[in-house]
Design a protein around this ligand. Structure first.
Ligand SMILES: CC(C)(COP(=O)(O)OP(=O)(O)OC[C@H]1O[C@@H](n2cnc3c(N)ncnc32)[C@H](O)[C@@H]1OP(=O)(O)O)[C@@H](O)C(=O)NCCC(=O)NCCS
Length: 183
């Protein structure tokens, strides 16, 4: 949580969120091995800066990784398969739509063995529903390399629409925006 978070008083953690097949919950020590596997995976790292050395991850990852507001570990049948995040985007980075205030950005990462089953989209939809309830009226940004077609497909299924394309980290980035449903 940063000072620029427009909803810095959001209660965290919420009760675990159950979807048809998954559970989203605040991270715990038992997620550590799966998160090391995620960040050490060359396949996962293809469009997000590459794999990190496993030995370094084992040494530096906190006992309970990802302990922050908006960070959900995603569980399938009791096993951790990935994570979804809703973080405030660094105002110094390019691609804001409202740079004068904190803007949240959705992130997601799943173990390759869990790809191709709709789990990422299902988990992100639940995270966005939590966000819409706790940050009423706030839009959400999403950035993916244009070449990360799996990720751009997830974004489109969630209802993100293209707002911009820009260059960062030596690659073209797709910027999507999601606006909460009106009731
Ligand atoms: C991006 C990422 C999360 C996408 O995962 P994914 O499994 O492709 O996404 P989904 O959960 O939406 O699954 C979609 C696939 O499941 C299939 N599927 C199978 N059963 C399904 C079901 N019951 N419901 C929905 N979809 C189902 C869909 O047909 C689709 O297949 P397709 O991609 O061949 O069309 C994953 O590739 C990843 O973790 N990548 C590494 C990290 C990364 O790049 N993160 C994004 C940074 S911007």
């Amino acid at each position: 949580m940063t000072a620029s978070d427009p909803a810095a008083d959001v209660a965290w953690p919420p009760a675990p969120i159950r979807t048809a097949r998954l559970v989203l919950r605040a991270s715990e020590a038992r997620d550590r091995a799966a998160f090391v596997e995620l960040l050490a995976s060359p396949e996962v790292g293809t469009f997000v800066g590459g794999a990190q050395p496993r030995a370094e991850l084992e040494r530096t990852m906190p006992e309970v990784p990802g302990r922050r507001t908006g960070f959900f570990a995603v569980e399938l049948d009791g096993a951790t398969i990935g994570m979804t995040t809703l973080d405030v985007r660094d105002p110094a980075r390019p691609g804001h739509i409202r740079p004068e205030r904190g803007e949240h950005e959705l992130g997601y990462m799943f173990l390759p063995r869990a790809w191709g089953r709709g789990y990422a989209t299902e988990a992100c939809a639940a995270a966005l529903a939590w966000f819409a309830a706790t940050h009423p009226g706030e839009p959400v940004l999403l950035t993916a390399q244009t070449a990360n077609t799996r990720s751009v497909r997830v974004a489109a299924k969630l209802g993100f629409t293209e707002a911009a394309r820009f260059h960062e980290y030596g690659a073209e980035q797709w910027r999507g925006v999601w606006t909460p449903p009106r009731h």
